[in-house]
Design a protein around this ligand. Structure first.
Ligand code: PHE
Length: 347
């Protein structure tokens, strides 16, 4: 009798110990204390016993029942403790781990150059303007003394857009920033309506497009136009301004400038501007950095100005090229790959 109860208590303890979760434990409990559990069955079995026997048997069963209940409560507590411990462990913070850094962002190297260019020219009294990248044929070419069917148009491999202008000619992705010469000058003239306009002095940096792609050409690239027109602005001023710009930009006075005769429809005479470093890794090489020239009278006229009164120069330089020279980058495409390992170096 006692041994039977002891063995029930024993197997209850075993079953409780095996229960790995609170749900398992409640199932195990049902096997012993549930409606048809083993202890409950024993109680039912007492019906036929005498009063005397009921007393002793009932007391013994109660003792067993209490033992089972206390084993159950112990196991409940143990499982709850386990769960809490696991949760604490899972949520633990290792304060000795290094932090997850959010890296500071930075400007793209070409943007750094653009800002630099703007600052330097602004300090020399130049206005900074920008304009549309989808241009009319008139602005990109005709206004710049480059009429339809003129052979000089083939100097640039232009992208055309599926939209036609009022003249029936498709719009283009501007192949240079030179249309900004005319756009800016016209707007400037308008602003001075009726008043004496002393000069036009502006740079126009921005994106430009040509059908071209290799290590030193990309279909989208950058240019910065410069224009200075006044009563008596000459090549001499261009040389001073440009040399000053280059020396400030590259932070060296060890730099020479060379004008190499060239041709552009919108300037006459025209020249490529080459620079040469006297020291450093690029020393001794002539490097082409801009096209330039005295603004053609036809262009001055298209600006709404009298070429007898306004004379001066324009230049167009390549900020991508300037960035490559300044930082020693040998492949233009690196600027447009978006590779964080490359870009991070300029932060
Ligand atoms: N627009 C010319 C080019 O893209 C550069 C240039 C600008 C030349 C202004 C002369 C004057 O090559």
């Amino acid at each position: 009798m006692t041994t039977e109860l002891d063995s029930i208590v024993g197997s209850a303890r075993d079953a409780f110990a095996k229960a790995a979760t609170p749900a398992d434990l409640e199932n195990a409990k049902a096997q012993f204390l549930g409606k048809s559990g083993r202890v409950t069955e024993l109680m039912k079995g007492m019906a036929q016993l005498s009063v005397e026997e009921k007393k002793t048997r009932g007391a013994a069963i109660n003792v067993a029942k209490q033992a089972i209940e206390s084993a159950l409560n112990e196991r409940r507590q143990a499982l709850a403790d386990q769960e809490l411990e696991a949760q604490l462990k899972a949520e633990a913070l290792d304060v000795s781990l290094p932090g997850r850094l959010r890296e500071p962002g930075g400007l793209h190297p070409v943007s750094l150059t653009m800002e630099r260019i703007e600052q330097i020219f602004a300090s020399m009294g130049f206005d900074v303007a920008d304009g549309p990248e989808v241009e009319s044929d008139w602005h990109s070419f005709t206004s710049l003394n480059n009429p339809p069917n003129h052979p000089a148009r083939s100097m640039q491999d232009t992208f055309y857009v599926d939209i036609k202008g009022d003249d029936g000619i498709p719009y283009n992705l501007r192949p240079h920033t030179s249309p900004m010469q005319v756009r800016y000058a016209q707007a400037h003239v308008k602003k001075y309506e009726g008043r004496e306009m002393p000069e036009v002095r502006v740079i126009a940096p921005g994106r430009t497009y040509r059908v071209d792609s290799d290590a030193t050409h990309s279909p989208m690239f950058h240019q910065c136009e410069g224009l200075w027109l006044g009563e008596n602005v000459s090549f001499k001023d261009l040389k001073v301004v440009f040399l000053d710009f280059c020396r400030t930009f590259f932070e060296t006075d060890d730099l020479q400038l060379r004008f190499r005769p060239s041709f552009f429809p919108f300037t006459e005479p025209s020249a490529e501007i080459d620079i040469q470093f006297q020291s450093g890794p690029l020393a001794g090489k002539w490097l082409e950095v801009a096209g330039s020239g005295q603004v053609h009278p036809n262009v001055v006229r298209n600006m709404g100005l009298d070429p007898e009164k306004f004379i001066g120069f324009a230049f167009g330089m390549g900020p991508d090229r300037l960035t490559m020279l300044r930082y020693g980058v040998n492949d233009l495409r690196l600027f447009f790959d978006g590779d964080i390992r490359f870009l991070r170096q300029f932060r």
